[in-house]
Design a protein around this ligand. Structure first.
Ligand SMILES: *[C@@H]1O[C@H](CO)[C@@H](O)[C@H](O)[C@H]1NC(C)=O
Length: 253
């Protein structure tokens, strides 16, 4: 048994050494370029991991695949929350915190389980990427307090694919929630279109969020150059001036 596993790990190490250190992400047998990309305003639906209400464990199908279901229904639209590709928005989504939802949010707030959903890299591609919604708050005996205002950051690339996203509570106050109550969640959705920066020769790239205000960086850099020139000029002027004065005194003598 031990010998067998040794051989196996040796073989794995060998195949690992021969293969590239990098794996493409998302890992998929499908070729994303076979699917048309997103267009502005197109619906981006979120599906979320189904979990057992008591433990937060995943719910699996017969083949052991994690099961997903659409995002909770918003009472405003009677439809699950969905985003619009490359359209910033402020979405109100009121959810009825019935028994199951209430218990799931106890787990999310207590950080026993992440509130993880997924979206598609390209529409109808079946190539999914994860997105975590991080709600914060306090879980108490008979109720919980939740910060219901989330910033949502979504990142797309120049090929109109969605690369990544996340959401996180960002307010100064929480809202008290008891079982059965309706709770208005607010999603402030902001999209960024970023370009890929290559970090090595194997076409491995990363989408970095740019500096807060790239113009400011240029203005600072420009101001630095101007100050440098002025200081250099002032110092050399004083030196030249002194030289001229010295020379004229010399002449006078
Ligand atoms: C929000 O929290 C602050 C600080 O604890 C408190 O002073 C303020 O009254 C709260 N506001 C509401 C609407 O609860």
């Amino acid at each position: 048994m031990l010998f067998q596993s040794l051989i196996l790990s040796f073989a794995a190490a060998l195949s690992f050494a021969s293969a590239s250190k990098y794996q493409s992400y998302p890992l998929s047998e499908l070729d994303p370029t076979k699917f048309s990309s997103y267009s502005k305003g197109q619906d981006v639906s979120l599906q979320c991991i189904r979990r057992q209400i008591d433990t937060g464990e995943h719910i699996f199908d017969d083949q052991g695949n994690i099961l997903y279901s659409p995002f909770y229904k918003c009472l405003e639209t009677n439809a699950p929350l969905s985003l619009k590709y490359m359209e910033d928005s402020n979405v109100q989504c009121t959810i009825k915190f019935e028994d199951e939802v209430f218990h799931m949010f106890q787990l999310y707030l207590h950080k026993d389980a992440p509130f993880t959903c997924r979206f598609e890299l390209r529409p109808n591609s079946g190539i999914y990427l994860p997105i975590d919604l991080s709600f914060r708050g306090n879980v108490l005996e008979s109720h919980f307090d939740i910060d219901p205002n989330l910033n949502m950051v979504m990142i797309a690339n120049n090929e109109n694919e969605i690369i990544s996203g996340t959401g996180f509570s960002s307010s100064t106050n929480t809202t008290k929630v008891i079982i059965g109550q309706n709770v208005e969640l607010n999603f402030n959705v902001k999209w960024s279109n970023l370009h890929k920066e290559l970090i090595n020769d194997d076409n491995v790239g990363v989408y970095w969020i740019p500096p807060r205000n790239p113009w400011l960086v240029w203005i600072y850099a420009g101001a630095g150059v101007v100050v440098g020139i002025v200081l250099t000029f002032l110092f050399s002027y004083r030196r030249i001036n002194r030289k001229i004065q010295l020379e004229s005194w010399n002449k006078v003598e």
